[in-house]
Design a binder for this molecule. Structure first.
Ligand SMILES: CC(C)(COP(=O)(O)OP(=O)(O)OC[C@H]1O[C@@H](n2cnc3c(N)ncnc32)[C@H](O)[C@@H]1OP(=O)(O)O)[C@@H](O)C(=O)NCCC(=O)NCCS
Length: 182
């Protein structure tokens, strides 16, 4: 594994690759992100146009710790995963503790893809950084996301009320999850 946060770094497991987003992914991103059930469970509004998806690729996704999840068998992008500073989220993060986020396009739900992607990203973090814990959270009415984190070793650490920074989330309970590296 290559050390550090190198641009264009690609990670691989048995079925999937994590690679950085490209402008050419705008159509497929829009196909998944226009579906309300994807974004609303993660706290962002459904995309309204291909142009909006392109803008997200060029801004939100344009960093070394956000990846497209690609199915190796088909070469197709099926979702997104990443980690970054917790300072702008409502989670009770420890000093310097990053937060984790992910989603998978609805046609690909229930195939173990997100779990495989999260395990891959966690292995990468452990091998290439000094980070020793991760925090995340999911809306209490989105148990599938909690299950993904549990399968990857996260433990529940309580609940918090969502503030208004997440789309549709104001006042909703968030189940807080933490993974401490041993
Ligand atoms: C949450 C999400 C990322 C899961 O992706 P996925 O690739 O389908 O996840 P996996 O197949 O790896 O695992 C899903 C697990 O949740 C379980 N699950 C699914 N629906 C469930 C439900 N209603 N209640 C409890 N568990 C549920 C599955 O059975 C599976 O667990 P198992 O392997 O023990 O059977 C996907 O549903 C998604 O993108 N949702 C919208 C965006 C989102 O919620 N992002 C996370 C925000 S915190």
């Amino acid at each position: 594994m290559i050390a550090g946060f190198m641009e264009q770094e690609t990670l691989e497991s048995e079925r999937i690759a994590l690679r950085h987003w490209q402008d050419a992914d705008a159509d497929i991103l829009y196909e998944y992100a226009r579906e309300p059930e994807v974004g609303e469970r993660a706290g962002w509004p459904p995309h309204q146009s291909r142009e909006e998806s392109l803008e997200v690729i060029r801004t939100v996704f344009d960093n070394p710790t956000t990846w497209a999840i690609v199915l190796k068998e088909t070469g197709k992008v099926v979702g997104a995963i990443g980690y970054g500073p917790s300072c702008d989220c409502a989670l009770p993060a420890r000093e310097g503790e990053p937060t984790v986020g992910y989603w998978v396009g609805k046609p690909y739900w229930g195939q173990g893809i997100c779990t495989e992607a999260l395990r891959l990203m966690i292995d990468h973090i452990r091998q290439t950084t000094a980070i020793n814990s991760l925090i995340s959270g999911h809306f209490a009415d989105n148990p599938a996301s909690g299950r993904v984190m549990e399968k990857c070793g996260f433990d529940p650490t309580g609940e918090t009320a969502c503030d208004s920074h997440l789309y549709g989330g104001a006042g909703k309970p968030i189940r807080v999850m933490r993974l401490v590296f041993s």
